[in-house]
Design a binder for this molecule. Structure first.
Ligand code: PLP
Length: 397
């Protein structure tokens, strides 16, 4: 589908970006080729000079990768998408494409752990400093902005505490201070939240999570304007080479076809489980933006179509009880990944946030009794039964 008619989300998810070949295929083809062939020396020269468009080499462009890029760009409502080898490659390519030595980043403190390492250990080596602020505190963002600030970076809702920020408010702040707002939209995907429509400049994805949806491949993407993403980010990507393979692009492309169905099912089950957990004795707090008890529930309802599949909860006691809970489950997978059809369970304090000092954990709200679930697509009663075994083992029931 390549026409300009305006189609709805699910139609784009199923059809956008496929240019049917002369074979008349119904399913999107995979092009596992490193280079492309020219009809003549003159055509090769015209392609290389940029005089005529077209494929040259798969580090630059590949038809299957482009199919994925066009489909995801359509879903996020962006002019241009570039696919990358991983979510981290998407963040790195954005930084390398739009920043220079002396620039400054203001980032939410509650972003993916490896993103913090990228900013603190690697971007810093090249003269880019980062200030971390509390996600929801707009005045803290404003106070951290310097004349050299070029990028504001965040995830909303945050992991694992499900804190939110008002994307429109931060977009206005970014515009006032001439910075770019970059939103890692991994947790909700365009099916539930569209940051570009709320004023963000760039959206980042770890396609590894919900875009794949079945825990198969590593990949990422950057979406935004032709000038920023098509020129600056793509320019870095085609030169440095953290590109997506055509095989992975095909898996993600097929994943997009069921994205909104899956996100709705993940969200429905997560809401059910969050409400149930809230009723359980020994559960001190449930962090999920779909709960009426969530301090930013009104913002979540306004900014998101639903609340996503990830929630966390704090049980009474500490590490011992939390580990007993984890070890008593039989079905859910003990793994830190998320966005899979299979439910996953993790103890953040000793895994994803294990490298933080006790003080840093406390500041970040990562208690020893905190557990995170990424609710999958199994029968919700079966997930609940497994969690009940955990509560029993931890002495909560
Ligand atoms: C997993 C993740 C990343 C990193 O993605 P990879 O594909 O593992 O490189 C970035 N941001 C968020 C929010 C993630 O969950």
């Amino acid at each position: 589908m390549t026409d300009k008619e305006s189609y709805g989300f699910n139609t784009l998810a199923v059809r956008a970006g496929h240019r049917r070949t002369a074979e008349g295929e119904q399913g999107e083809p995979i092009f596992p080729t490193s280079s492309f062939v020219f009809a003549s020396a003159a055509e090769a020269a015209a392609r290389f000079s940029g005089e005529t468009p077209g494929n040259i080499y798969s580090r630059f462009t590949n038809p299957t990768v482009r199919n994925f890029e066009e489909r995801l760009a359509a879903l996020e409502g962006g002019e241009r998408c570039v696919a990358t080898a991983s979510g981290m490659a998407a963040i790195l390519s954005t930084c390398m494409g739009v920043l220079k030595a002396g620039d400054h980043i203001v980032s939410s403190r509650s972003v993916f752990g490896t993103t913090v390492v990228l900013f603190n250990s690697y971007m810093k080596k090249f003269g880019v400093d980062t200030t971390f602020v509390a996600l929801s505190d707009i005045s803290a963002w404003e106070a951290a902005i310097r004349p050299s600030t070029r990028l504001l970076f965040l995830e909303t809702p945050s992991n694992p505490l499900s804190e939110l920020v008002d994307i429109s408010a931060l977009a206005q702040l970014a515009r006032r201070h001439n910075c770019l707002l970059v939103v890692d939209n991994c947790f909700l995907t365009p099916a539930l939240q569209q940051p570009l429509a709320l004023g963000a400049d760039i959206v980042i994805h770890s396609a590894t999570k919900y875009l794949d949806g079945q825990g198969r491949c590593i990949g990422g993407a950057v979406i935004g304007s032709e000038a920023l993403v098509g020129k600056d980010v793509y320019g870095f990507l085609r030169t440095a080479g953290p590109t997506m393979s055509p095989f992975n692009a095909w898996v993600f492309l097929k994943g997009l076809e069921t994205l909104s169905l899956r996100m709705r099912a993940h969200s429905d089950s997560a809401l059910h489980i969050a409400r149930w957990l809230e009723q359980q004795p020994g559960v001190r707090r449930v962090n999920y933006s779909g709960l009426a008890s969530h301090p930013q529930h009104a913002l979540a309802t306004r900014q998101q179509k639903h609340f996503g599949g990830v929630l966390s909860f704090e049980i009474a006691g500490g590490r011992e009880q939390a580990w007993k809970f984890v070890d008593a489950t039989r079905m859910v997978s003990i793994t830190a990944n998320l966005g899979d059809a299979k439910t996953t369970l993790t103890h953040p304090a000793t895994t994803t946030h294990g490298r933080l000092t006790p003080e840093e954990k406390q500041a970040a709200g990562i208690g020893e009794g905190l557990l995170r679930i990424a609710v999958g697509l199994e029968e919700v009663e079966d997930i609940q039964r497994d969690l009940r075994r955990g509560l029993q083992a931890a002495g909560m029931r």
